[in-house]
Design a binder for this molecule. Structure first.
Ligand SMILES: Nc1nc2c(c(=O)[nH]1)N[C@H]1C(S)=C(S)[C@@H](COP(=O)(O)O)O[C@H]1N2
Ligand SMILES: [Mo]
Length: 330
């Protein structure tokens, strides 16, 4: 049964969705400082973005399937490129814990239990804690962010995520002054994630960001897409989205977020250090050792399109790398 509203989306989309997109457009001026965020602390639960919720229908419990229809507040990103469909986004996935074949992940992950789920926030923080996913959803404003996802394999999609600023979660935890990086870890459970029996990779999947990158307003922790809870193949119940970096930085099914002093390593850095670096900023000028990064294939399009520096987000993030040689820090 369709729960799509009878009125158009633009009449019911909460104002903060618009505010958020405007913030994205103004770039560096909209960036929140670490100090500014630290003062904010936890926020009251906000109205979900999905129209089903906007109509007064409660969000379904996470343990039962989310039967809401896919909805987004726009049909294109800020560059005018159309959103990929819900079907495309949820049937072409990189998630090596289930399969190295992108078209098999959805089926192999469909019974992966994403509730109950807890996330530990720890390391060099004043307020370490273990949080239930249901509480995390209530602690932070869930916003829509329409982002391009550019895989290091040179394909891309436009995805309407739901999520909240990673910076808000980190600020609430209170990073100590020695904290310089953030390390993320995926669940390690080979019984549930059969790909983790493969000896090719150093499980569990881990990723990392420099603290100032993690505090950038564009970096989010996602809980949903197209107004629906994340499906397992998309990294339910919580996955990182860092749109100016290659997709492998956007680690899925996170159980641990740790503030650390030293630059952490990652599954991909361990697997092939000459191919996958810590920074992994989308950069058409620096080729992968085995293929060009100058262009990409947008899923659903024929032909190729040029890859944009920082995946089109240079205005918001290029300053993070002032003075760095991005061909060495690839
Ligand atoms: N835990 C984990 N996270 C992961 C991966 C993975 O294999 N395991 N693949 C990464 C890669 S290479 C990409 S491109 C994106 C793909 O996200 P999507 O399937 O939602 O498009 O997830 C990233 N996060
Ligand atoms: Mo990727």
């Amino acid at each position: 049964m369709s729960r799509l509203p009878k009125i158009p989306w633009y009449e019911i989309t909460p104002e903060k969705v618009y505010l958020n997109r405007r913030q994205l457009m103004v770039g560096a001026g909209a960036m929140l400082s670490v100090a500014g965020l630290a003062a904010c602390g936890m926020e009251a639960p906000a109205a979900p973005v999905a129209p089903a919720a906007a109509e007064g229908v409660a969000a379904p419990p996470t343990a039962t399937p989310d039967t809401r229809d896919p909805v987004a507040s726009a049909t294109a990103d800020e560059l005018g490129d159309p959103l990929n469909s819900f079907e495309q986004i949820t049937n072409y996935n990189n998630f090596y814990e289930f399969s190295t074949d992108k078209e098999d992940v959805a089926e192999l992950a469909k019974n992966f239990p994403v509730s109950p789920w807890t996330v530990t926030v720890g390391g060099l923080v004043d307020k370490p804690g273990t949080y239930d996913m249901d509480d995390i959803r209530k602690m932070f404003d869930i916003e829509e962010r329409i982002y391009r996802l550019r895989c290091v394999e040179a394909w891309s999609m436009v995805i309407p995520w739901q999520g909240f600023s990673l910076g808000k979660l980190l600020a609430a935890a209170g990073p100590k002054s020695e904290a310089k990086y953030v390390r993320f870890q995926t669940l390690h459970d080979p019984a549930l994630m059969p790909g983790q029996t493969s000896a090719w990779y150093s499980w569990p999947y881990t990723e990392g960001l420099r603290l100032d990158e993690a505090m950038n307003e564009l970096a989010i922790l996602s809980t949903g897409l197209y107004g629906k809870d994340l499906l397992p193949q998309s990294g339910a119940p919580l996955r990182l989205v860092v749109p100016w970096k290659y997709g492998f930085k956007s680690i899925k099914s996170i159980v641990s977020i740790e503030l650390v002093a030293e630059q952490p390593t990652s599954l991909w850095m361990d697997a092939a250090p000459n191919e996958y670096g810590f920074y992994a900023n989308v950069n058409p000028a620096v080729d992968h050792p085995r293929w060009s990064q100058a262009s990409e294939r947008r899923i659903g399009e024929s032909g190729r399109r040029e890859t944009l520096p920082f995946n089109g987000y240079a205005e918001q993030v290029a300053a993070l790398y002032d003075g760095m040689d991005l061909s060495k820090n690839f």
